[in-house]
Design a protein around this ligand. Structure first.
Ligand code: PMV
Length: 329
């Protein structure tokens, strides 16, 4: 049954093995496999209402009209849903997230996953077809496809299109993390732009394409075996190789800033002091620091002791995926 309106929430996800590079830009098909975790406490909520008549889609983000770029991403998701249903005209979309947008905290992943889930349900499509929903979310923002299934999620390129699948539920290994918020302002170079620039101009690009699938397989193994030491070495190396592709692009793009580097240095000192932890960073200056279950408080204390009050530290842990809140008949 077509419901026409629905609301969904979706979490941010952070990659342990990064998606960086598109094999097909229009379809947002990845060049390399990636593996991420959905996290608690960084959530986007979207309401989608379809109308029967045709017209331009409308979208607000945090209560303000979305810019043209965001609207185009949302429209790709809506078009994919409309193509799977009949009689759906324009849509009104409202999306809110409880954390800064476009600052390397995976807000677009959470937001577009929530929009995809809400649109899917509003169109009356089967609410348990998470794999298909994930592939629609991907059309808005690649990494959004990993915010639909919860816990540890993989996204792999394949000969007939990419595949998104859950690797393990949150209970398998409830890793904790501290998000060190170095900046809450939008980044200057978006991830699509950054990866395309690196692909075109970085001499490190070939190395990245060779190494990333190997890292992915080893990271999937470390997750399955709950091998924190292996995950530490692999996730940090994979993240730094991704950043190396933009630092060596011509001209260089730096997502990390001097404060991010201080945080990375602090993580290494904390680890040398005996507390198991590792860092990862995405296309922005904020740093995510993971630790084994039960050590989150110790890690937050250690980071505060190292970094003082100049940075904001948010606690989180591995969590679930998309939740459909409401589907108005
Ligand atoms: O989903 P996009 O197009 O914003 O790309 C995100 C890419 C990274 O966050 C940098 C890495 C990842 O796998 O999430």
């Amino acid at each position: 049954m077509t419901r026409l309106a629905a609301t969904a929430t979706a979490p941010a996800n952070f990659a342990l093995s990064k998606y960086w590079g598109k094999r097909d830009a229009a379809l947002r098909e990845p060049s390399v496999p990636s593996l991420s975790v959905c996290v608690e406490g960084l959530t986007a909520t979207a309401t989608v209402r379809f109308h029967r008549e045709p017209g331009p889609d409308r979208c607000t983000l945090q209560g303000r009209p979305a810019d043209a770029r965001t609207l185009a991403r949302v429209r790709r998701v809506l078009d994919a849903v409309r193509s799977r249903s009949t009689g759906l005209g324009f849509a009104e979309v409202r999306s809110e997230s409880d954390f800064p947008v476009a600052a390397g905290l995976a807000s677009s992943a959470a937001g577009l996953a929530a929009v995809a889930g809400a649109a899917w349900c509003a169109a009356g499509l089967a609410s348990d077809s998470l794999d298909a929903m994930a592939l629609v979310a991907r059309l808005g923002s690649g990494s959004a496809c990993r915010s639909i299934h919860g816990g540890f999620v993989a996204w792999e390129p394949g000969p007939h299109g990419s595949r998104v699948y859950p690797v393990a539920p949150p209970e398998h290994w409830p890793l904790e993390l501290c998000i060190v918020q170095v900046s809450g302002t939008p980044k200057e170079v978006g991830s699509t732009e950054g990866m395309e620039h690196a692909l075109r101009t970085s001499p490190m690009w070939e190395a990245w394409l060779r190494q990333a699938p190997e890292d992915f397989a080893a990271i999937a193994r470390a997750v399955s075996e709950k091998d924190f030491a292996a995950l530490t070495a692999l996730a940090e190396a994979n993240c730094l190789l991704m950043h190396a592709t933009t630092i060596t692009a011509r001209p260089a793009v730096f997502y990390l800033n001097p404060t991010s580097l201080e945080v990375l240095d602090a993580v290494l000192r904390i680890r040398r002091g005996g507390l198991f932890c590792f860092f990862t960073m995405d296309a922005g200056p904020n740093v995510k620091v993971f630790c084994p279950p039960g050590l989150g408080d110790d890690l937050a204390d250690a980071l505060r002791a190292e970094l003082g009050e100049a940075v904001l530290i948010r606690r989180s842990r591995v969590g679930g995926g998309l939740r459909l809140l409401r589907g108005d008949p």
